[in-house]
Write a protein that binds this ligand. Structure first.
Ligand code: PEP
Ligand code: MG
Length: 749
């Protein structure tokens, strides 16, 4: 097809479709495709290379190269011209292959006599499955129409691979989505779990790729785009309050009206693709670009285009979100990303969650933690690899996902789950016991909370109370600002649950937003360093409206019972004073309005900035209690962003400098008699927790699931002896006391 006209390309697609319709299966199909592509394109060679595993391509069919090389010739990603196409995901078109960059001579194929080379990636939704190549003896570059035609064949091939069209008695490769696969991601919430995949966004299956009647396909596309446009306009009309949602919808509208997008799809149709295949081709291109774009904003917009393409595909294929599949009894949710509200809707029925994106500080991670559901984030390719109902094992501790695991993995993994279950039983047996160390020190263990979903843990974790109630979570999981009435209802339920669990205390922390906690409905502030920016108490004091509303809600919810509050991110005394004055003001207003006020109110502060550790003694005398927010304090102490994967694990909590700093805070509080606790994530890590206890932090607040393991270790440890170990390591000049502590623990048994 040297002149590459549209009708030629349609003819080729028509012949491909006929091939698909024939009985031939497996290898025979692949052979036919190479034969007719070479024939249609007037090239001596056409070859299909497919990935055997992540890194190895295999020659799976050829017309023109030596037949003996089929399933023998293999190359690694990046190797030779074929490997170059696979790695870059880009076309290689050269008239003189042997002198092109990366050419590798493969004698078994007999390809040395071919001069021109055109290789295109076989891609589906941004994932490269293999490479399709044509070669000619005659030295010439292929025209752009020829490149296009081969790309379309590659796309059809990708779909056929997806649909298992090459699997049969004579199968060259096993069907996709059948092999065991391990994906490596990051820890969002610890815990191991097993279950079956439930896709949050089920994939739309496109089965008719090729169409005879382009006019009809164009009409179908037109009608579908029109329907899409109307639905986007309707969504826009109903979403006036939500800034972020508005931005997404505006982007949808922009794409839905985009002439370029439409023109490219129309062109694909005129060359023989069905309307849905044309949409998917564009979607695939957008996905491929997504993986290469570094700019966050652009990536988001490409995601929007991806979402929009899915909507369009659903309209065209008539496949709704409800595919008729029923949720398995042990669902593991698989999604690209998910909002906190949607996650809460699934609730505790989920056994585990695997996200293709996400971050430790994302709202979804916050909710997963509250629900104690193991979560793996950044599991690249999970949404393309996993199918509804696939067997899946999730290791939240290591950030690993085993999809369709083989027997050895299943056995090893189940052993791990059984060991954890045994440990859970041990923890349950000490639930009602106090955490008293071997040397007789009583350590109080509290839980961190923030959602109503956390409340059952007040009973079943053994927590003595809530040491940190993160009130911002109620703001984060909604898509609009909660009203005072709604807040009163939530706080009341928390207070009542704590009362019912045996009059357990609750420390409410006032709104801590900004930095990583961005309210979806708040105007984004474009700050160079959000963690050091306008956040928490700074926002509360500068814009006191919300803080006042929240304080009123807390006062009302207490209905006269004692109330304990603390402020986040106080960096200097004055901020505490000003915030404390707001509490007094709110009390006065409530009294004036005739509401009962708490019989006793205690107001403390978080200590999350080094500056506050050096405030004057008078400050420590004035505050009623201090709670160390170790997550923030540590990031500022080491100048290492807690959200940045590159640096967040770089500095050990058991680093001598940090422990010494914490010990100084203990001494200052003890000098003024100020109650002190620690409520960062480290309190929930058993080794870190015993070290904190050893230096004098006797009140720890942590995730409910950590209380058992922490208590168990405290009960087995002589904290006085451990303190000596810490001091000795410090004396010796160790950078971190971890090594010495681990030796001590092993020795202790
Ligand atoms: C902390 O910084 O340690 C803390 C408990 O607050 P958050 O994690 O909510 O910032
Ligand atoms: Mg904090």
């Amino acid at each position: 097809m040297p002149d590459g006209t549209e009708s030629e390309s349609r003819k080729l697609l028509g012949r491909l479709r006929d091939t698909m319709a024939e009985d031939a299966a497996g290898q025979a199909r692949l052979d036919k495709i190479t034969h007719l592509t070479a024939d249609s394109m007037g090239s001596e060679v056409c070859s299909i290379y497919l990935f055997r595993d992540e890194d190895t391509l295999e020659l799976c069919a050829t017309e023109g190269l030596k037949k003996e090389a089929v399933h023998q010739t293999r190359m690694r990603m990046g190797e030779g011209l074929v490997g170059r196409v696979a790695r870059s995901g880009k076309v290689v078109n050269t008239a003189d292959a042997p002198s092109a960059k990366g050419f590798r001579y493969m004698p078994e194929t007999g390809e040395e006599i071919y001069s021109s080379f055109l290789g295109v990636p076989i891609q589906r939704l941004g994932e490269t499955l293999g490479v399709l190549v044509v070669q000619t003896k005659q030295k010439r570059e292929f025209t752009s129409d020829e490149v296009y035609a081969l790309e379309v064949v590659a796309m059809v091939l990708a779909e056929m691979t997806e649909l298992g069209a090459f699997v049969g008695d004579t199968a060259a490769l096993s069907a996709r989505h059948t092999q065991p696969t391990m994906l490596r991601g990051g820890t969002g919430q610890e815990g191991t779990t097993e279950g079956h995949v439930w896709l949050h966004e089920p994939r739309v299956m496109v089965t008719n790729l090729v169409a005879d009647d382009p006019e009809r396909e164009l009409q179908r596309l037109d009608a579908a785009i029109e329907q899409l446009r109307v639905s986007v306009d309707e969504m826009l009309a109903g979403a006036v309050e939500d800034a972020e949602q508005l931005e997404v919808l505006e982007a949808y509208r922009m794409f839905a009206n985009s002439k370029g997008w439409r023109r490219r799809m129309e062109e694909d149709i005129s060359r023989g693709l069905s309307a849905e295949a044309a949409v998917e081709k564009e979607q695939s291109a957008a996905r491929a670009r997504m993986s290469q774009v570094a700019d966050n904003y652009l990536r988001e917009r490409l995601h929007d285009l991806d979402d929009l393409s899915n909507r369009l595909l659903r309209i065209l294929t008539g496949q709704g979100k409800d595919t008729g599949a029923s949720m398995p009894a042990d669902p593991i949710l698989v999604a690209r990303n998910i909002g906190p509200g949607e996650l809460l809707e699934y609730g505790r029925q989920l056994r585990g969650i695997v996200l293709e994106e996400g971050s430790v500080g994302s709202h979804a991670a916050v909710v997963a933690r509250a629900l104690a559901i193991p979560l793996v984030i950044n599991a690249t390719r999970i949404t393309t690899e996993a199918l509804n109902g696939d067997h899946i094992m999730v290791d939240g501790d290591q950030g690993l996902v085993h999809l369709r695991p083989d027997d050895t993995v299943v056995t090893a993994f189940r052993d791990k789950i059984a060991m954890q279950a045994e440990a859970q039983e041990r923890y349950a047996s000490i639930r009602q016991k106090p955490a008293i160390s071997q040397c007789g020190k009583r350590i109080s263990l509290y839980m961190n909370a923030g959602l109503l979903a956390d409340l059952p843990s007040l009973e079943n974790s053994g927590a003595e109370g809530v040491g940190l109630f993160r009130t911002e979570l109620q703001f984060l999981v909604r898509n609009k600002m909660p009203s005072r009435t709604e807040l009163v209802a939530v706080y009341k339920r928390v207070i009542e649950a704590a009362e019912a669990a045996g009059d357990k205390p609750v420390i409410f922390r006032t709104l801590d937003i900004g930095s990583d906690k961005v309210l979806p409905y708040m105007k984004p502030t474009d700050e160079p360093n959000p963690a050091l920016g306008w956040r928490a108490i700074r926002v509360g004091l500068d814009r006191p409206g919300v803080m006042r509303m929240q304080l009123q809600a807390l006062l009302r919810a207490s209905e006269g019972r004692p109330l304990t509050l603390m402020f986040p991110f106080v960096a200097q005394w004055e901020e505490f004073r000003a915030a404390r004055a707001e509490v007094d003001k709110a009390m006065a207003i409530e009294r004036k309005l005739g509401h009962v006020v708490p019989e006793k109110i205690s107001v403390g502060t978080m200590l999350e900035t080094p500056s506050l550790a050096y405030a004057s003694n008078k400050f420590f005398e004035e505050v009623e209690f201090v709670s160390i927010g170790g997550n923030d304090l540590k990031q500022f102490f080491f100048a290492a962003d807690r959200e940045n994967e590159r640096v967040r694990r770089r500095y050990d909590t058991l680093n001598v400098s940090f422990l010494t700093f914490l010990e100084q805070i203990v001494q200052r509080c003890s000098a003024t008699g100020t109650p002190l606790s620690f409520c960062g994530e480290d309190a929930g890590r058993p080794i870190e927790a015993i070290c904190l206890a050893a230096i004098g932090l006797h009140r720890l607040s942590m995730r409910p699931a950590s209380i058992g393991p922490v208590k168990s270790l405290i009960m087995r440890t002589d904290l006085d002896a451990l303190y000596d170990v810490i001091c000795d390591a410090r004396e010796r000049g160790e950078q971190s006391v971890r090594g010495a502590v681990m030796d001590f623990m092993r020795w202790q048994g």
